[in-house]
Design a protein around this ligand. Structure first.
Ligand code: SAM
Length: 188
């Protein structure tokens, strides 16, 4: 059973309700500046951005505003209640550039080489997002000059090492707490 099927379970949606409330709490807004972190990711107007595990949309709304009307944000979230919450926020904000997909990012079904920037914000390490499956999928959907941006929660030294060892990405640096990577493109 993949994350998208699990995400439709009433039991799991109830189980994760408290973490959804924590994700959008006032306390979080006091301690975290999503715009600053998104700048660290290198988000720029007009890009097509994939947000993996968008939760209840803490980063989705500011990211969509930063992308502007010419940009597009694909917010991927398998838990149906979280996805519905993002849709509600997007509607309340009157944003036209967000597509909410209730889907497993390990099998994103997105077109190859269609994404400028993939955000892994607060989603790794996570048991249902193993890097050995997530990284090849991100590499597949990113354009050859695309970027992967990773904000680690909880902080885990193993993740940056695993990304470098994967052979899919090269690190560009770390800004505002966010690691950025470019794709390694194989010569044909
Ligand atoms: C810790 S939460 C972070 C949410 C959001 N990025 C934030 O920082 O507010 C991790 C999210 O990843 C989602 N997730 C778990 N497995 C996933 C998968 N295979 N594909 C996409 N999202 C997944 C979970 O449902 C959850 O909403």
């Amino acid at each position: 059973m993949d994350a998208a099927e699990l995400g439709r379970s009433r039991f799991l949606n109830m189980l994760f309700k408290p973490s959804g409330m924590a994700m959008e709490s006032r306390l979080r807004h006091l301690f975290m500046n999503p715009e600053k972190m998104l700048r660290g990711a290198g988000i720029t107007p007009g890009q097509t951005v994939l947000e993996v595990g968008a939760g209840t949309g803490f980063f989705t709304i500011p990211a969509a505003k930063m992308l502007g009307d010419g940009g597009r944000l694909i917010a991927m979230e398998p838990l149906s209640d979280f996805a519905d919450r993002i849709t509600e926020k997007v509607r309340d904000e009157g944003l036209q550039n967000v597509e909410v997909l209730c889907r497993d990012a390990l099998n994103s079904e997105l077109e190859p080489a269609s994404i400028d920037l993939a955000l892994l914000f607060g989603v790794v390490p996570f048991p249902t997002l193993p890097l050995n499956r997530l990284l090849p999928e991100m590499h597949r959907v990113l354009k050859s000059d695309g970027r992967l941006a990773v904000w680690l929660f909880p902080v885990s030294a193993g993740v940056p090492t695993a990304i470098l060892r994967s052979g899919y990405f090269v690190e560009l640096g770390k800004t505002n707490g966010v690691y950025t990577y470019r794709c390694i493109v194989s010569e044909q």
